[in-house]
Design a protein around this ligand. Structure first.
Ligand code: GTP
Ligand code: MG
Length: 198
């Protein structure tokens, strides 16, 4: 269980981010995948991630200090259809720069909507993570939204798609912010990974 969670700030560039040695865990996914809801589930706060919902701030690297000993980083969603192509390219660059250059970053949690079939944009992002040797885990969100059988099918298809390009699979988590499921497993994973990275 998280004891304390505090919003630190929103930063437009990786070089502006806190000069801290604390380990970081970043969350990313397509817009509307359920990122803010998941962060609120993990931190057990109803409105913590709302801070980043203010227009403009969603486009930044949002930092939260958790239990005074690690940073949760809420990254802008990718593939947001309402943005212009140019703006999207700018955010894409910012996200990729942060992920590939930030030394404090321990693991990226990539959120995937389990209520829909595998999406090309997500698979492409995974390929990029793999090519850049970024340590990541996959969090399937919205597990309550479709029938359990359909969710299992979507996940199975997603894994099969991944295995077309990769030999192994990363850690997977299944969550529902609506039903309060899967948060503890992610917290346990963060705790273990954090300890072994220090
Ligand atoms: P943006 O920041 O706007 O890109 O979205 P986001 O990825 O932060 O998603 P957010 O948490 O705002 O959720 C988007 C929508 O999905 C909202 O209407 C949520 O209520 C819904 N949602 C999020 N998590 C779940 C879930 O576990 N189950 C269901 N059924 N709906 C969810
Ligand atoms: Mg959000």
């Amino acid at each position: 269980m998280i004891q304390s969670a505090k919003f630190i700030g929103s930063f437009p560039k990786t070089d502006d981010c806190p000069q801290s040695e604390l380990p970081e865990f970043a969350f990313i996914g397509r817009s509307n995948v359920g990122k803010s809801s998941l962060i609120n589930l993990l931190t057990n706060r109803k409105e913590l991630a709302k801070v980043s919902k203010t227009p403009g701030k969603t486009q930044m690297l949002n930092f939260f200090l958790i239990d005074e000993n690690w940073h949760l980083v809420d990254l802008p969603g990718y593939g947001y259809a309402k943005l212009s192509k140019t703006t999207r390219a700018v955010f894409d660059k910012m996200i990729r720069y942060y992920i590939s250059k930030r030394e404090q970053l321990v693991t990226v949690f990539l959120l995937i909507d389990s209520s829909i079939s595998p999406q090309k944009i997500d698979l492409e992002f995974i390929d990029w993570l793999g090519q850049n040797r970024i340590q990541f885990a996959i969090v399937f969100t919205k597990s309550d939204k479709e029938k359990a059988l359909q969710v299992q099918k979507n996940i199975k298809n997603f894994k099969a798609k991944m295995l077309e390009n990769w030999e192994g699979l990363p850690p997977f988590f299944l969550t529902s912010s609506e039903k309060n499921r899967g948060g503890n497993e992610i917290m346990e994973y963060i705790k273990q990974t954090k300890n072994s990275s220090q």
